[in-house]
Design a protein around this ligand. Structure first.
Ligand code: NAD
Length: 483
């Protein structure tokens, strides 16, 4: 039997004033309801925003090391519960337990990292032109941060927004994606158990168009950080900017990896496949197209097909290589793109069918797919698929490969596999992407360096993670103290 869960507002677990809930089902077996969550309204979101405002001054006034102590404790609680959280995450979104465990560990590490940053938060002292002026800048929290998050890395993304926001002394209202509220509820519980004061963290589940839109447009929210699709991100940008608030958007991707003839083809296949098919292709930084030099193209296609045909698809909680899609609409979208690719004239080398049969019929399982003979103008080479589909494009040289890698509206991650140092540096300098990986898969990020995209992948305002992650949640005041 599934349990019913509540919102967290002003330190209490409360029901929505709608009196309604929505169900969350296991994507590997949709007969199973794994939780019921509040179908909240704009009024619930407003109550959370009010609580965050009331708690703001006291939290901002708490010394940084003390805020850091609470964040560190939250990280320790997550670590103590890692096994259980890993199961919850795998159950809820379908990723394998090894992928889910990696994501939970990322959250633990993020809390430890920003716990330390809470003590460093402060400012700088500079020499003044006047001998009697003490010249310094000091950082302050922005106020109330509205955080709107997607389902694909639910606990990691909520953590890499919430931990720096709290470290810098902001209070938060968090609106999770309705496909993955359960793991975020556990995160909020860890913060509660760590002693976060009432009203500092608020969690409201429900529809984006009411709860999310209230968070992004409320005059009582000072900053909005959003991660999700480009189409929703643009709405959030408009709602937030119209109200004059600070906004940060991280959105979709269509990430290329270029493979040059100096590459070891087996290694290139591992790098591209790891970036494309991990987490069922549901990563914003997933490799979605391989742009492969004609000298190694045939060998690459052949070895990629062998590799992909060895991927075992099944429930993430069991010992399979690739779990199901999160939802029917994501599954349908992948199947549609497989159809579109064939209509466009690309060659479907392998995969692309829904996986059916005993143990599969009630889940959103799909075979990983590989297309060859793709041209860069095809929709499968231009649009975000967000599923395990690889488009392979043949090219005749480095400049052509770089041009095709950049010829796309998105600019999140771009990869290159080569042994040529000149190509590596040229690519690092000229790829139009916020993350460049040479001889590494496009997915997988380190938490202490900036993360964010170019072009339609990002608002390009502020970066997330690392020291840069604190910038969005803080504002600096410069003091000229002439004594
Ligand atoms: P989505 O855009 O559908 O939803 C994201 C969040 O926005 C959800 O919480 C949703 O409820 C909320 N929302 C919906 N309508 C809203 C509105 N009108 N106002 C305010 N909020 C609203 O995205 P998704 O399907 O959850 O996630 C997948 C997408 O996220 C993909 O496009 C992926 O590339 C992107 N993503 C980007 C990054 C990155 O860092 N660039 C990371 C992960 C995922």
């Amino acid at each position: 039997m599934s349990s019913q869960h509540r919102n967290f507002i002003d330190g209490d677990w409360v029901e929505s004033n709608s009196g309604e809930t929505f169900e969350n089902r296991n994507p590997a077996d949709t007969k199973e309801v794994i939780g019921e969550y509040q179908q909240s309204t704009a009024e619930d979101a407003e109550a959370a925003i009010e609580a965050a405002n009331e708690a703001a001054d006291e939290w901002a006034a708490m010394p940084g090391p003390e805020r850091g102590r609470i964040l560190r404790k939250a990280g320790e609680i997550l670590a103590d519960r890692k096994e259980e959280l890993t199961q919850t995450l795998s159950h809820e979104v379908g990723k394998t337990t090894s992928e889910a465990g990696g994501e939970v560990q990322r959250s633990i590490d993020i809390y430890a990292y920003y716990a330390a940053k809470a003590s460093d938060f402060g400012g700088t002292v500079k020499e003044s032109s006047s001998p009697t002026t003490h010249l310094y800048s000091q950082s302050e929290p922005v106020g109330v941060a509205g955080l709107i998050t997607p389902w694909n890395f639910p606990i990691a993304i909520a953590s890499w927004k919430m931990a720096p926001a709290l470290a810098a002394g902001n209070t938060v209202v968090l609106k999770p994606a309705s496909l993955a509220p359960g793991i975020i509820r556990e995160l909020v519980e860890a913060l509660e158990d760590a002693g976060i004061p009432d009203g500092v963290v608020n969690f409201v589940t429900g529809p984006g168009r009411s709860v999310g839109a209230t968070v992004s447009s409320s005059p009582d929210v000072d900053a909005v950080s959003f991660t999700g699709s480009h189409s929703v991100g643009e709405k959030v940008r408009k709602q937030a900017v119209d109200d004059g608030k600070r906004v940060q958007l991280e959105m979709g991707g269509k990430n290329p990896t270029v493979v040059m003839p100096s590459a070891d083809v087996d290694e290139a296949v591992d790098i591209v496949a790891g970036g494309c098919f991990g987490v069922t292709g549901e990563a914003c930084t997933a490799t979605s197209k391989a742009i492969v030099h004609e000298d190694v193209y045939e060998e690459f296609v052949e070895k990629m097909v062998d590799h992909v045909e060895s991927i075992e698809v099944g429930p993430g909680l069991e010992d399979y290589d690739m779990g199901p899609h999160i939802s029917e609409s994501e599954l349908d979208s992948t199947l549609d793109y497989v159809e579109i690719g064939q209509q466009e004239g690309a060659t479907l080398e392998t995969g692309g069918n829904r996986v059916t049969g005993d143990g599969y019929d009630d889940g959103y399982f799909v075979e990983p797919a590989v297309f060859s003979d793709v041209t860069n103008d095809m929709r499968i080479a231009q649009e975000e698929i967000f599923g395990p589909v690889l488009a392979i494009i043949p090219v005749s040289g480095f400049e052509d490969a770089l041009r095709q890698a950049n010829d796309v509206r998105y600019g999140l991650a771009a990869g290159l596999v080569t042994q040529d140092l000149t190509e590596a540096h040229e690519f690092a300098n000229r790829a139009e992407a916020g993350i460049v990986k040479v001889n590494e898969k496009t997915t997988g990020l380190e938490l202490h360096v900036p993360f964010g995209g170019f072009k339609d992948s990002s608002s390009e305002t502020y970066r997330e993670q690392g020291d840069a992650g604190l910038d969005f949640y803080s504002i600096s005041r410069t003091v000229y103290m002439n004594y």
